[in-house]
Design a protein around this ligand. Sequence first.
Ligand SMILES: Nc1ncnc2c1ncn2[C@@H]1O[C@H](COP(=O)(O)OP(=O)(O)OP(=O)(O)O)[C@@H](O)[C@H]1O
Ligand SMILES: [Mg+2]
Length: 347
Amino acid sequence: MSEEPIFSVRNLRIEYRTGAGRTVEAIRGVDFDLHANQSLALVGESGCGKSTLGLGLLRLLPRLGRVSSGEITYRHRDGETVDVLKLRSTALRRWRWGEVAMVFQGAMNSFNPVMRISDQFADTMRAHAPSGKRYSRKEIVERASEVLRSVRLEPGRVLPSYPHELSGGMRQRVLIALALLLKPQVLVLDEPTTALDLLTQRAIVDMLHTLRAELGFAMIFVSHDLPLASELADRVATMYAGRVIESGGVGDVFSTPRHPYTSGLIRAVPPVRAGSAEPESIPGAPPDLAGLPSGCAFRPRCRHAVEDCEQTDPVLELVASRADGLAHEAACLRWESIAEQEKEAVS
Ligand SMILES: Nc1ncnc2c1ncn2[C@@H]1O[C@H](COP(=O)(O)OP(=O)(O)OP(=O)(O)O)[C@@H](O)[C@H]1O
Ligand SMILES: [Mg+2]
């Protein structure tokens, strides 16, 4: 991929204070690039750090969390780059939403229940207006109507409503519309379809596909749902205990996973058709971040672990390069020797 990335994340570390002067490291050295129009899925079990990474990218960590080291560089459409970790309050507020917008995990409950949808749009637009700009009611309604139509909602019905008057699927569409309000280059979505029924999930996924084709934004989204991730992403990163342990093009990672954890996640997906292989769970549970095992963090649950895995903490290494730039990388000492067994296990 020749063009410079929009986001470059280097050796990012994020920690949470847990009381009595103790901290846990929830993100333990993450690197990735996101290019224009690319869609990256973050997958992994609960607690592996997906939301923390998303929030950290936007500098929206809760009070007890902080980026302890690393770099986040963002490139504007005109090519100018900014050091996200150095942005100060006003610049940060404009950058957020204007350039990079996020739909939070569980955000469906985060509407102000006593505010009409039109006012939620007005607030967002006013809070993120360029300096000196005062949006008129008319401008707000026009822009809000435009984005609501783009998420297939009827502005006349939605704008005067209160959140409780809308269905879950409609609320999720409104949140996506709010995120797209200021034409960001990047949309970060944390579990965009989790609380929705299957048909509504499908409608949201189809809509995100169309929106991306129409508006051309890049996307980072978190999902527990591997089939959904494979449909919506170009690239996938599997996370485990605060690190990316495998990443690559969606086709490569899901058809030939090179990390036993990724193949474990794939085998745990319930079959769509009767008669397919039964899902297999991964034995054990993710490790406690405050007391990680030596060597590879996945070792205690890994059916391929050998003595070396206890000594060496593996780093991402290239397992296949691709002309389209979606290099396939995995952090497993044994990826080559277990490749055949893993391929069979997921086929
Ligand atoms: N506010 C917090 N204070 C202390 N620790 C936290 C806080 N938020 C998250 N953590 C810890 O950071 C780790 C990563 O949590 P995070 O919420 O990012 O995981 P996740 O991958 O998004 O999980 P899920 O799939 O359940 O949403 C977990 O071990 C969690 O306990
Ligand atoms: Mg989360």
